[in-house]
Design a protein around this ligand. Structure first.
Ligand SMILES: C[S@@+](CC[C@H](N)C(=O)[O-])C[C@H]1O[C@@H](n2cnc3c(N)ncnc32)[C@H](O)[C@@H]1O
Length: 298
C-alpha cells in the first residue's frame, strides 16, 4: 500500500488550501460527496444501526449533562439522513432540533413521514454556508455526532458554531477513537475489521483517532470543557449487536474503497463473525470506543 502523506495544515499551506476552490478545507473524508446508491444504502443501514445500538446510552448521558432542556433550540450539523436526529427529537420532545446536512443525497433519504414535529433538516454546509433563515433567532446548543472524524479540518467548523452561539451556549460531541480498539485474546474477525477500518480511513482522509483531540480542538475555539468521557462499549455487554455493528462497518468500508477492503476480505470478515455468533462473549473481550464531550462557550 502506498504511504499516505500527512496533511500539513500550518501557515502558508493552510492558506493555499483555503484559496483553492478544487480543494476546499471542508472535504468530508470517506463521506465526501457520496452519491452511489449502493453506498448510500449501506450508510443508511449503518446510521440506523448506530442509532439503535448506541443511541439509548448516549441519550442517558446527554440528559445527565443538561442537553435538550425545555424550550431549547439545538443545531445538529452533519445530520446525515436524519435517523439519529429524529431519534433525539423523540427523546427530547420539549426541545427543537434543526438538522443541517451538507450532502443533499443524504437529505433526500430523510423520512419526513416518520419525523417528529420538533425535528427538521436543511441543506447547509456549516462553516462555509450561512445558517438557514429559520435559525435567525439563534440557538442554544449544538450537537455533533460522528461528523468531525470526516471533516478534513474540523477547526473552522467548530469556530463557526462557537461564533454563532450565545455566551453560555453548550456544544455536545460524540465521536470515536480507534486508538482504543482492543481485544483479549486475539480475535481474527475483529482484527481484520479494525485493520480494514484504519486502512480505508487513511486512504479516504477520515480521522478515526479524533476522539482524544477533542478537548484541545474545542478549547482553542473558545469553549470550556465541562465533561469528557471515554466509554468502551464491548461485545460482552452488547452481545451479537457488537458483531452486527462491525460487520456493517466493514460493508460500508468495502463499498467506500473496494480496492482497499476487497470483496474477499469482506466475505472473510462476515463469515468469521458468523462463526462466532452467540459464543464470542465468553471467548473474547473486544471494544468499541466512544468519546463524549460537553463544553460551554466562555
Ligand atoms: C457519519 S455521518 C453522521 C450522521 C449523524 N450525525 C449520525 O450520527 O447518525 C456524518 C455527516 O456529516 C456531514 N457533514 C460533515 N461536515 C459537515 C458540515 N460542515 N456541515 C454539514 N454537514 C456536514 C456529512 O456529509 C455526513 O453526512
Amino acid at each position: 500500500m502506498p504511504d499516505i502523506p500527512e496533511l500539513d495544515l500550518s501557515g502558508d499551506h493552510l492558506s493555499a488550501i483555503l484559496e483553492d476552490e478544487d480543494n476546499p478545507w471542508l472535504t468530508l473524508g470517506i463521506m465526501d460527496r457520496i452519491e452511489d446508491p449502493a453506498l448510500l444504502h449501506e450508510w443508511g443501514r449503518m446510521l440506523d444501526l448506530q442509532t439503535r445500538l448506541l443511541g439509548p446510552r448516549e441519550v442517558e448521558w446527554l440528559r445527565a449533562k443538561g442537553f435538550g432542556r425545555t424550550g431549547c433550540s439545538i443545531i445538529e450539523p452533519g445530520s446525515g439522513d436524519g435517523h439519529y436526529g429524529s431519534f433525539l427529537a423523540r427523546n427530547f420532545p420539549d426541545a427543537r432540533i434543526h438538522g443541517l446536512e451538507a450532502n443533499d443525497n443524504l437529505v433526500r433519504r430523510f423520512d419526513t413521514d416518520r419525523c417528529p414535529e420538533n425535528y427538521a433538516i436543511d441543506i447547509c454546509k456549516v462553516g462555509s454556508d450561512p445558517l438557514p433563515a429559520v435559525l435567525s433567532a439563534g440557538f442554544d446548543q449544538c450537537f455533533l455526532r460522528f461528523v468531525l472524524q470526516h471533516v478534513s479540518d474540523p477547526r473552522p467548523l467548530i469556530k463557526a458554531v462557537h461564533d454563532a452561539m450565545p455566551q453560555g451556549g453548550k456544544i455536545y460531541i460524540i465521536e470515536e477513537d480507534h486508538s482504543f480498539f482492543s481485544t483479549e485474546p486475539y480475535w481474527l474477525p475483529y482484527s481484520l475489521a479494525t485493520d480494514a477500518w484504519s486502512r480505508v480511513y487513511a486512504a479516504g482522509g477520515s480521522d478515526g483517532a479524533i476522539g482524544r483531540k477533542l478537548p484541545k480542538l474545542v478549547s482553542e475555539a473558545g469553549f470550556e470543557v465541562t465533561d469528557f468521557d471515554v466509554v468502551l462499549r464491548n461485545n460482552v455487554e452488547m452481545g451479537n449487536d457488537f458483531l452486527d455493528l462491525f460487520t456493517q462497518a466493514a460493508r460500508v468500508l468495502h463499498h467506500t474503497s473496494p480496492d482497499v477492503l476487497t470483496v474477499e476480505e469482506l466475505r472473510n470478515i462476515q463469515d468469521e463473525f458468523r462463526f462466532d455468533q452467540d459464543r464470542h462473549g465468553t471467548s473474547f473481550v473486544a471494544t468499541y470506543p466512544q468519546i463524549l464531550l460537553c463544553a460551554t462557550k466562555r
